[in-house]
Design a protein around this ligand. Structure first.
Ligand code: BGC
Length: 785
């Protein structure tokens, strides 16, 4: 096939074996189901209630059993051929003779939810109906056990609520009533949570009335069936939490200030996010219901450290994991380190490495090797307490623990001793706070922060009317798709020539007028099934129009195109597998669908930190912990790019709130930025080199991320060695020419070539700066086959 033919001609060429399509194929849907089962977390299993005994008669309660939420809204949504609810999943198990399901309840909820959908209520936003008394009586007389399902939905542009009794983080009053009714009527009750983020767990955590709880997340199109696989024991749970589930919403350190203002968010808890807060800060430990890393199995594992030591600057720990029970299963081993408090102060526990076993048969063992570079234990000294703007490994003893949650670990005999403070990496201060006054310290007190004036450039043009920017489609700069192609003249250097090494990109770009270069720096018209626009599109120079597509839960194509794709489980669930190999497989399979549909850039993975349970897009993100986020993101990127499709790691950075997301300022210390909010992105860049990075909508320390030279050039490129292209998020509110100057290569959904030209004429941006961005766009296109 001719290079870029998919972009140029949009042919419908299936990529599967024997000419079959891979998009939404059985193999991918099966992988989606397997991944879903592997990331669901068994939170509670008392009195041996799970797995359900063969033949158990089940009564399914809660509209969540049929109103299944496969994933969140916006870029994380996917058009699928079908979605399987928990009711569907358990009914399939009934056909296999594994359980029996009380049908009249299913009919009641299906009818009720359908009526609500008919009134345009979105899945997951439906109200909990009251259970008719007669139906309850019949169910009680017939069934051995009850299953309750609670579902939650959230999406782009809005945040969740954390008000007791008002739903979302907490149960609604109607849900509470339903739970009370069911627990009063049944002895055996299992709860299935179909949610995309942290929710209240206090209503079942220590309740004797609810012995079984499965955190089933938003599991993609086969999520209901995957949950049924686990409930019936066809799969053994091996998911572990990648977030801390606190006792109440108010117990999270971010809660108090989350809604303080729509203009800013102060990251006052600093590096003490998630378990770093709960394990470290005095009196916080008691505020946890389910700790980070926690998850039960239907079997028992013994985790036995067998060797630990240092090899060439890397702490290496070998751990033998033995399945002591009588069912096959997988276990996750987590290595935590404890650094000396020193002058900088440290979290009590930090996840340093993790590994997951293969499926171990009863009695079988496996040795896992966990590796933690000593340098990774250094802390960033932003205030110069030891050495300013450097990663410092403070003198003292570093101890290590291994186990299967942050709370269930054993201490290793081996310790690492740093005799004196060591500067691991000397950097220069960047992106320092301009309006964050205090931050939390490890002992629970706060310290004052110095405020900086950033020297970033101010917009010299008359600002655009931002109201008019939203959703504007790109002008057709090259050709509209389907028009006669005006092919490159014979004497021109084309991108094909550059691909074949006959000429350099600089020579190609030198032929372009300023207007043509400016045109390249923005989004291009859609072609084929794409709906998030293209990049490139200058046919006179043989530059194809490379389409982009969302998103983290699968290839998102509009329903009217009639192409059904695979909906993968939400990113948080994928992270809870703690299995980068599986995430790689999902990335590769998803990217094959992207490619088959003639799209070159997949706008995923989304890697922001779960700072607060309220962030409306947490389901798209992996974890409260940067190592987990970074490793999962890297695996996803490697999977995607193994198909020669570009990944777009997003939203860089500090997009941890959706309300007023295009103008809200995330105010954060440089230490928290580097150790928490940037760390996952750093790991992914160093491990996987994404072809593109998407900046966030929000401001960070008073300035848009998309035109921050310290972030895009200083940190991303110079410090981390990023070799790819930077895109904005779609229709952000920042000035285009300032982005170009900072190394923000392309503005999406559309660019503003006229404003670039105006800035160029006024001497505010140079041809050189424009070409630098254009070149990176072309380099990205050259990577596509
Ligand atoms: C979202 C991005 C998404 C883009 C394109 C934006 O609103 O924030 O995550 O990739 O739209 O759909």
């Amino acid at each position: 096939m001719k290079r870029w033919a998919r972009a140029l001609y949009q042919p419908c060429l299936p990529l599967g074996r024997n000419g079959q399509r891979v998009t939404g194929c059985e193999e991918h849907i099966d992988l989606s189901r397997r991944a879903a089962a592997e990331g669901m977390v068994l939170l509670k299993n008392e009195r041996g209630i799970l797995p359900l005994e063969r033949g158990t008669r089940l009564a399914l309660f809660g509209k969540g059993c049929v109103d299944y939420v496969k994933g969140g809204g916006g870029s994380g949504d996917v058009t699928t051929a079908y979605v399987r609810s928990l009711q569907d999943g358990l009914e399939m198990k009934e056909k296999e003779g594994k359980v029996q399901v009380f049908a009249p309840l299913g009919e009641f909820y299906r009818e009720n939810v359908k009526n609500q959908y008919d009134r345009c209520v979105l899945p997951g936003m439906t109200a909990e109906p009251e259970i008719p008394g007669e139906l309850l009586e019949k169910a009680r007389a017939w069934a051995d056990a009850a299953v309750i399902s609670i579902c939650r939905f959230s999406g782009e542009g809005w945040d969740r609520k954390g008000v007791l009794g008002d739903g979302d983080f907490y149960l609604t009053k109607e849900e509470q009533k339903m739970v009370e009714t069911v627990t009063a009527s049944f002895d055996k009750v299992v709860v299935v949570l179909n949610v995309g983020g942290m929710v209240d767990t206090s209503w079942f955590c220590s309740s004797e009335e609810i012995p079984g709880v499965l955190l089933a997340w938003q599991g993609g199109m086969e999520g209901g069936l995957a949950a049924a696989d686990l409930l019936c024991g066809d799969e053994n749970p091996s998911g572990k939490l990648t977030d801390t589930f606190a006792r109440t919403f108010d117990d999270y350190p971010s809660s108090a200030g989350f809604n303080e203002s729509e203009e800013y968010v102060d990251y006052t808890e600093d590096i003490y996010v998630g378990y770093r807060y709960f394990e470290t800060i005095p009196d916080a430990a008691g505020k946890v219901n389910y700790p980070f890393g926690f998850g039960l199995s239907y079997t028992e594992f013994e985790i036995e450290p067998i060797r630990a030591g240092e090899v060439s600057g890397i702490i290496r720990v070998d751990v033998r994991v033995t399945n002591m029970g009588n069912r096959a299963g997988k276990e996750v081993v987590q290595l935590y380190y404890r650094a000396p408090q020193g002058l900088l102060g440290k979290p009590l526990e930090v996840l340093g490495a993790f590994g997951k076993t293969d499926l171990l048969a009863a009695g079988q063992s496996q040795v896992l090797r966990l590796e933690l570079p000593i340098a990774d234990m250094a802390s960033y000294d932003d205030l110069g307490k030891i050495q300013a703007s450097a990663y410092v490994l403070e003198a003292g003893t570093y101890s290590f623990r291994v186990g299967n949650s942050v709370r269930n670990t054993v201490k290793l005999d081996y310790e690492y001793r740093a005799e004196e403070n060591a500067v691991i990496e000397q950097l220069t201060g960047k992106c320092a706070p301009t309006a964050l006054r205090t931050r939390l310290l490890a002992d629970g007190t706060y310290e004052e922060l110095t405020q900086y004036e950033n020297g970033y450039e101010k917009n010299q043009l008359v600002p655009q009317d931002i109201e008019t920017l939203e959703g504007v489609e790109p002008d057709v700069q090259g050709i509209a798709f389907g028009e006669k192609k005006e092919w490159a003249d014979a004497d021109r250097i084309t991108l094909e020539d550059a691909a074949e090494g006959k000429a350099g990109l600089d020579q190609l770009l030198a032929q372009l007028s300023d207007r043509e270069v400016a045109g390249l720096l923005g989004g291009q018209a859609n072609a084929g099934v794409a709906n998030t626009f293209g990049m490139g599109n200058l046919p006179a120079f043989g530059i194809p129009n490379i389409m982009t597509a969302d998103g983290p839960a699968g290839l998102r194509i509009r329903e009217e195109c009639g192409v059904y794709t695979t909906a993968w489980p939400c990113a948080t669930l994928l992270a809870c597998t703690w299995n980068p190999g599986l995430v790689f497989e999902v990335g590769a399979a998803g990217a094959a669908e992207v490619k088959e549909n003639n799209i070159g850039i997949w706008l995923t993975p989304a890697m922001n930190i779960h700072r607060s349970p309220l962030c409306g897009r947490n389901f798209e993100y992996y974890s409260e912990d940067p190592l987990v986020s970074g490793r999962m993101g890297a695996a996803m990127i490697r999977g995607i790019q193994s198909q020669h499709v570009g990944a777009s790691m997003k939203h860089f950075c500090c997009n941890n709130k959706e309300t007023n997301r295009k103008d809200s300022d995330s105010r954060v210390s440089e230490r928290a930025l580097r150790e928490i909010y940037l760390k996952g992105f750093e790991i992914a860049v160093k491990e996987a080199q994404p072809w593109t990075v998407m900046t966030s909508y929000n401001l960070m320390n008073g300035y848009p991320t998309s035109c921050n030279p310290e972030l895009l050039q200083g940190i991303l490129r110079d410090e981390w060695g990023f070799e790819g292209m930077v895109t904005t998020d779609w229709w952000n509110h920042a000035e285009h020419y300032l982005e170009v100057k900072a190394g923000g290569d392309i503005k999406m959904g559309c660019g503003y070539p006229d404003r670039i030209m105006e800035a160029k004429e006024k001497g505010l941006v140079s041809r050189e700066e424009m070409e630098r961005c254009a070149k990176r766009i072309l380099q990205m296109i050259l990577k596509l086959d």
